[in-house]
Design a protein. Sequence first.
Length: 317
Amino acid sequence: MARSTARNALALNKSVHEVPFRIITGAINITGKQPDGDSVAFLPDSLSALKKIRRGYKIRPSKKNGTVQLRFEGIDAPELHFKQWYQPFGEASRNALLKRIGFHDIHYRVRNGSSTATVVSSTPTSIRAWIATRSADKYGRPIALVFIGECPFLTSTVSPFALTHNILMRSLNYAMVRSGNAYPIVYTSMPTHIQKVMLSAYSFAKKNNAGLWKFDTSTAFPLLSRASVMGNGVLDKAVLIYPKLFRRIMGYFDDRDRLHSSGELPQPFDTWLRASGKNDAVLLPDNSASTLADCIEVRNNKVRFSVNPFSLTIIEQ
C-alpha cells in the first residue's frame, strides 16, 4: 500500500511539470480583510481568467469588492486565526509580509479576546501584483506564487519551467521563507524545481537562525495542554511549531475536551492522529511513503519527530 502510494505521488509529481501556470495580474487590497503571513486578498483584472484554473469553480469573490483570498504556494506561516486559536510569531509573520508588499500605516480593528484583526485602513489602499497559479484549494483559494510589480510575461499561460530560479527568487513566497518569516511546506503537486528553490530559501533561513528559527521547537516539544503550544501568542510562554502540526494538535484538544465532558479517557496524540482522518500522507526523503503520525513519537507528554519535518513532502489529496 505504501509503495503504491509513493508511486502514485511520484507519477503525479512528474505529470505536473506539464501543467501550465496561469498568469493573472491584479492588485492586493487589505482593507476590510484579515491578512496573515501566507494569505492576502487579491483583486484580479480578469476573474473569468482566474476561474479557468483547476477547481476554479470553487472561487467565490467578495461581494463587497470582488477580491479573492489567495493561499501562498509552498509556505506555511504561524497561525493567526485557526478557528479561535493562534500561534506565537503569527503577528510578526503577517507584519513582515505586508511590509514586504509595500503597505504601511496600517490600522486594525481587533475583537475583544481575539487574535483576529481586521484592517481598517492602510497606505496605499492597494498595490499592483501578479500571480502564477494552477489550482484553487478546497476552500476556493487560488494556490499562488505571488509577485509585486509588473508582470514580465506577455502570455496568459506559461510552462512551469518559464518560472526560472531568478523569477522564483522575486516571489513573496521565496522572500517570506528566506527571511525566516514563514515555514516551507512542500506538496507533491509542486514541480520539483520549485520545491528545490523553496527548500534552498529554508536552508538559508535555518542556517542563519533568521526570524522564527530563533524560536522554533518543532522537532521536540512538550504537549501538556492547548496553552503549552499557544501561550496566548506570547513566545516566552509557548512553543513555536510547524503550523500544520499546530492545526492537528488543536483538533486533538478539541476532541479531548469532548471526551472529557463525556467521561471517556483521552488517547495519546499520535494514536488520535492515526484515527482522526487528518493523518497526512507524506513522502520521506528517500521517496518512500509514510504518514505524519508515523514520523512522530509521544512519550511522557513530549512530542518528538523521528525525521526532519521540513524534509517531508505532503502527498496531495
